[in-house]
Design a protein around this ligand. Structure first.
Ligand SMILES: Cc1cc2nc3c(=O)[nH]c(=O)nc-3n(C[C@H](O)[C@H](O)[C@H](O)COP(=O)(O)O)c2cc1C
Length: 427
């Protein structure tokens, strides 16, 4: 039988997704000063639920309020009153879809304004100017504490009505740092061999499974590769995918890149590491990780999603038909077209506008693919701000505004983050 976007899929835990479209995680930045969810989360996710995606994944919810990824992150810990979460969970499943909470620890990838002493497997600072502080290496007790916190947060998600969780092991955040030989230079049981570097992720998966039970979906978002010299490679990703299959996770979502090499957003600066994969074709710059994902897909039977750059119905259909993926992950298009699953399944949309291709401060050296990492990063940040601006509008019952200016969105976002960072109760 050929699979199409509107087909259901049954996950190993028994849960059924009503179709093959997944809204991938996008950090909302809308928590209040106690790091609690707000009415805006509920409004936003109700809107996305009405769009008829089979699976909505929340933006990254932090496992430790002392270590946020950005101001405005939601945090579940210390929250005796879960009413704000319950409201969000209910609104986000109003159309019979699943709503999973993405849970994460930022590790070293957090701006200095948010954290002056971030944590990482080893004290390796991001090579992005002075924007990020030098991290402190985690001690054994810290590691155990963080594993425990992932479990607590997952249980908090379940108890407040979310229908699953996703562990964020991609994009250069803490779990991804453990997997990377560049950031993880430890010589204890958490570093060195791949088996050791993957231990942190596997212990987290086990702790979460232990807390939520066998019938509650657990997903992992994993990099196909870091695309960095000496970083986590495609071959290693295949091995980690097999380890995760042994843990009986319910969905593996593949992405790629880190803040230093932002491939998750389709930036194309070439890696000079011969161990990192090179793409066979650009497929009209669509579906950034599909070529790499084929290798991972061939190695495991775990339900499989790929996110990053899908922009046409044909490419999505082809990926499903060719059995390259089970589920299509989409993020930025949801910001400008909240009803896109419905429209895709009804054949009303053939192409999603690739706004990201034109949203940059300049071309060449001044653009998103600049060889200068700081310039590339600023362009990526501005783009992300522009999409966040659309998210805020949806959360306030407004329609997206595709004419919003890039610089304005960027400045507004920076101002907003400084404001929230300084008003946080625990700051
Ligand atoms: C505003 C914004 C926030 C994001 N926040 C997260 C996040 O919290 N967790 C995550 O795994 N990915 C995050 N991403 C990355 C997306 O999930 C996705 O991997 C990326 O945008 C590529 O998919 P796309 O081409 O369909 O947008 C974010 C992307 C955007 C634009």
């Amino acid at each position: 039988m050929t699979t199409t976007l509107d087909h259901t899929i049954t996950l190993p835990c028994g849960v059924i997704l009503k179709n093959r479209i997944l809204k991938s995680a996008m950090t909302e930045g809308m928590a209040d000063r106690n790091d609690h969810a707000t009415q805006r989360h509920a409004t936003l996710y109700k809107r996305w639920s009405e769009g008829e995606a089979g699976l909505l994944i929340t933006g990254n919810v932090m496992v430790d309020a002392r270590y946020l990824e950005r101001p405005g992150n939601v945090c579940v810990e210390n929250s005796d009153d879960q009413s704000h979460l319950k409201q969000w969970a209910m609104a986000g499943q109003s159309n019979g879809n699943q709503l999973w909470m993405q849970i994460s620890h930022p590790g070293r990838q957090v701006a200095k304004i948010v954290s002056k002493t971030p944590l990482a497997p080893s004290p390796v600072q991001l090579k992005l100017g002075g924007y990020f502080a030098e991290p402190r290496a985690l001690l054994e007790d810290d590691i155990q504490d963080i594993i425990y916190r992932f479990g607590v947060t997952a249980l908090g998600a379940k108890n407040s009505g979310f229908s699953g969780v996703q562990i964020h092991a991609a994009h250069g955040y803490l779990i991804s740092e453990f997997l990377s030989p560049v950031v993880n230079q430890r010589n204890d049981r958490w570093g060195g061999s791949l088996e050791n570097r993957a231990r942190f992720l596997l212990e987290i998966v086990r702790k979460v499974r232990n807390n939520v039970g066998s019938e509650f979906p657990i997903s992992v978002k994993l990099n196909s590769a870091d695309f960095q010299k000496g970083g986590f490679t495609l071959e290693e990703c295949v091995d980690v995918a097999k380890m995760l299959e042994n843990e009986k996770i319910d969905l593996l979502e593949i992405s790629g890149g880190t803040y230093e090499q932002a491939n998750m957003f389709g930036t194309t600066e070439a890696t000079n590491d011969t161990n990192q994969p090179k793409r066979e074709s650009t497929k009209q710059r669509e579906a950034y990780f599909l070529d790499y994902a084929k290798t991972i897909r061939a190695a495991v039977k775990t339900p499989f999603a790929v996110t990053g750059g899908f922009r046409s119905a044909d490419t999505m259909r082809e990926a499903l038909l060719n059995n390259e993926v089970d589920i299509i992950g989409l993020a930025r298009p949801f910001c400008v077209e909240p009803d896109l699953p419905k429209k895709l399944m009804q054949g009303k949309i053939q192409h999603l506008h690739p706004y990201e291709n034109t949203l940059q401060f300049g071309n060449g050296k001044l653009g998103v693919n600049s060889p200068y990492k700081m310039i590339s990063m600023m362009n990526v940040q501005a783009q992300v701000s522009w999409f966040s601006h659309q998210i805020y509008r949806l959360a306030e019952h407004k329609e997206p505004n595709i004419n919003a200016g890039l610089k304005r969105s960027y400045l507004k976002q920076m101002f907003n983050e400084v404001r929230i960072a300084t008003s946080r109760k625990r700051a």
